[in-house]
Design a binder for this molecule. Structure first.
Ligand SMILES: NC(=O)c1ccc[n+]([C@@H]2O[C@H](COP(=O)([O-])OP(=O)(O)OC[C@H]3O[C@@H](n4cnc5c(N)ncnc54)[C@H](OP(=O)(O)O)[C@@H]3O)[C@@H](O)[C@H]2O)c1
Length: 316
């Protein structure tokens, strides 16, 4: 499938900043990245203006209102309202303007809280997601409902991908909003700078997760634009399992913090295992190959450089 114009929404965000160079390298000037300062995509008129201005025949819809658990707890209605609008308006417009392809990423938090690891795509509707982020994750999950509804009624070719726990350059390092990898990187780097003798870590460190480098996720999008046209969502992750203890030790060592890690076992570990099943992705011949240590090195290098010089819009 070839495209005349591919619009990437949310291109100024974490994943967008990995994706834009990948798509530009492949499709050149046919790729246009837009962010909220260009169009507020919660406003139907601005969505229409985006389509009038660029006439895309493909859209990668990354724009979303994303945040950490603290922000989700404080602003559940905003997470629901904004994301449901961002989802619904884009599917409607893409069908109305007859785009050839819409690619829509959804979060792993949309899976039921009691999903059994390794979590495959068939577990999507077996229960309610984790309560604290449900307004966000269910609003994003409506992308799956929309994908099926617009396929059926309008023949819209849209696909839903589900990236796992992404980390990488351009991530959000604000303590209130960040995920585990950027939070640990900042914590241990700042502990090194301040010469702290120790850092306290929550729980036992035994909980396991799969982490995936955002650059690997970005590299898969051309496949979903050009070759994949199915109503089956696809988990995208590394397929590797890492304990929080291993992750913490690795980040401690890569940030150069020489103090002690004190595990406060009175604090909760969170879900003990949350790992994606990546069989479907592998059957499609896809992989996310960057080893954790390599991806973390790149992320930490970027973080340190931008922390010190504040040159690249780092979110602190
Ligand atoms: N991060 C993850 O681990 C993860 C995992 C799975 C799926 N996803 C999905 O991947 C996508 C990208 O996530 P991300 O981590 O890159 O998020 P992010 O860094 O917060 O970026 C979100 C982007 O959406 C734009 N945006 C927000 N509200 C908008 C609005 N009203 N109108 C237009 N643009 C708006 C933002 O623009 P401004 O910068 O101008 O505000 C920003 O460019 C999201 O759909 C998310 O659900 C993320």
């Amino acid at each position: 499938m070839t495209f005349q114009k591919i619009v990437v929404t949310g291109s100024s965000g974490f994943l967008g900043r990995h994706l834009l160079p990948v798509l530009k390298a492949r499709y050149g000037d046919a790729v246009v990245g837009v962010s909220r300062k260009d169009y507020d995509l919660m406003d139907v008129h601005q969505v229409r203006r985006l389509f009038d201005d660029h006439q895309p025949d493909a859209v990668v819809h990354l724009a979303a209102y994303v945040g950490g658990i603290g922000a989700n707890r404080e602003f559940p209605a905003a997470f629901f309202y904004r994301n449901i609008l961002l989802t619904a308006l884009m599917f409607e417009a893409a069908a109305e303007r007859r785009v050839k392809k819409l690619v829509y990423p959804m979060g792993g938090c949309s899976y039921p809280a009691n999903a059994i690891s390794p979590i495959d795509e068939n577990q999507m509707w077996t229960g309610y997601p984790q309560k604290e982020s449900a307004p966000y994750s269910l609003a994003k999950k409506m992308g799956l409902v929309a994908m099926n509804a617009y396929r059926q009624q309008h023949g819209l070719s849209s696909v839903v991908v589900i990236p796992g726990n992404m980390y990488g350059e351009f991530d959000n390092f604000r303590y209130q909003e960040s995920h585990v990898v950027p939070a640990l990187i900042r914590r241990y780097y700042e502990a090194k700078l301040s010469g702290a003798p120790s850092v306290t870590a929550w729980g036992t460190g035994c909980a396991t997760r799969d982490f995936v480098y955002a650059g690997d996720i970005a590299a898969l999008f051309p496949f979903f634009l050009e070759e994949y046209d199915s109503d089956e969502p696809v988990n995208l992750s590394s397929g590797t399992t890492t304990s929080i203890r291993e992750l913490t030790e690795l980040i401690r060592s890569l940030t150069g913090f020489r103090g002690e890690i004190v595990w406060d076992t009175t604090k909760p570990d969170g879900q003990l295992e949350k790992i994606f099943d990546v069989s479907r992705m592998k059957r499609l011949g896809l992989e996310c190959p960057t080893p954790l240590e390599v991806g973390l090195r790149k992320t930490i290098d970027w973080f340190v450089q931008n922390y010190e010089h504040r040159t690249d819009g780092i979110r602190l």
